[in-house]
Design a protein. Structure first.
Length: 306
């Protein structure tokens, strides 16, 4: 069993702790009347996307999200930066530069790594940190905590999580082996679109697989041209029946996961680990990746590297 497998399986524990401590971490949410920007890179950017939409649906109208490297050309009252490692260069540069005038909240699993000049507040989620390069429990724990703080009752969701992790809910991930499928498409709507992007990233990181993600109803507008009998389409939210029929006409298979988008994401994490194992890959050490992207200062870049 890899460290990734262990961390995927630990999510019931981290979710329970997140919900029990949620009131200590209300800095995860916007403040009434304040314009707020959620930022991150990679997985954290997709979580920022999902959290921003969840907050908008809860009535926080002036809430946006962005990649830390692609910031909107406007100012915000509050910035909530997601960085598991606390050391991601683009996030730190954004907090020191264009976002420095906002109230800056850093959500991290490694608060001791966050430089003192980038955060006015820190949300300490050390208990959800991970050893693996590939993130699994940290992003889902953040999402569970945010939903709880927004007033959702997550009791049934936690039951659903246990069923997904034991294989009692959803198809067996091993039933969709790369012997049959080599093209994986993840679709979502609303806040689940960020989860679809994250699910596709898990396949790329863990299993070096050809995986894509799209807004569900935009899939017909070009990307469906690539689908064939070796394509597996995984919806992170309920699929429109007409779209499903269009997908199946291509010969592609639709994976019926059912349940909440967040537990569907956990199924996708298990699926990515299963595909990696089938291909003889270790998801703990994905090719070309490190736990955090830390770039050299421009002043330190050798002249022959320019």
């Amino acid at each position: 069993m890899t460290q990734t497998d262990v961390e995927i399986a630990s999510q019931p524990e981290t979710w329970r702790r997140a919900l029990s401590e949620a009131d200590q971490h209300r800095a995860l949410l916007p403040r009434s009347g304040e314009s707020t920007l959620y930022v991150g890179c990679g997985t954290s950017a997709f979580v920022a996307h999902a959290v921003s939409l969840l907050c908008q649906h809860a009535g926080f109208a002036s809430t946006d999200w962005a990649y830390a490297s692609e910031l909107p050309d406007r100012t915000y009252d509050r910035v909530i930066a997601l960085t598991r490692s606390g050391t991601t260069t683009e996030v730190l540069d954004a907090l020191r530069g264009p976002l420095a005038g906002a109230h800056r909240v850093v959500v991290t699993g490694a608060p001791q790594e966050v430089p003192g000049d980038v955060a006015d507040e820190i949300v300490d989620l050390t208990f959800a940190d991970e050893q693996s390069v590939v993130q699994t429990r940290f992003p889902t724990t953040v999402l569970a905590m945010v939903r709880h703080l927004l007033g959702e009752d997550l009791d049934q969701l936690q039951v659903e999580l246990g069923l997904v992790l034991t294989g009692a809910s959803g198809p067996d991930p091993a039933s969709f082996a790369p012997d049959t499928f080599d093209h994986f498409v993840f679709l979502g709507r609303g806040w689940a679109l960020g989860l679809a992007h994250e699910a596709a990233l898990k396949l790329r990181e863990s299993a070096q697989a050809w995986s894509e993600s799209f807004p569900a109803l935009d899939y017909r507008h070009g990307p469906i041209a690539v689908a064939d009998a070796r394509t597996l389409v995984v919806p992170l939210s309920d699929l429109d029946p007409l779209l499903r029929a269009d997908v199946e006409r291509t010969g592609a298979t639709v994976a019926d996961l059912g349940g909440d988008p967040l537990t569907r994401l956990v199924w996708c994490q298990r699926f990515a680990a299963s595909v990696a194992a089938h291909k003889g890959l270790d998801p703990d050490v994905p090719r070309h990746l490190t736990r955090s992207v830390v770039l050299p200062s421009p002043a330190r870049v050798p002249t022959d590297a320019v």
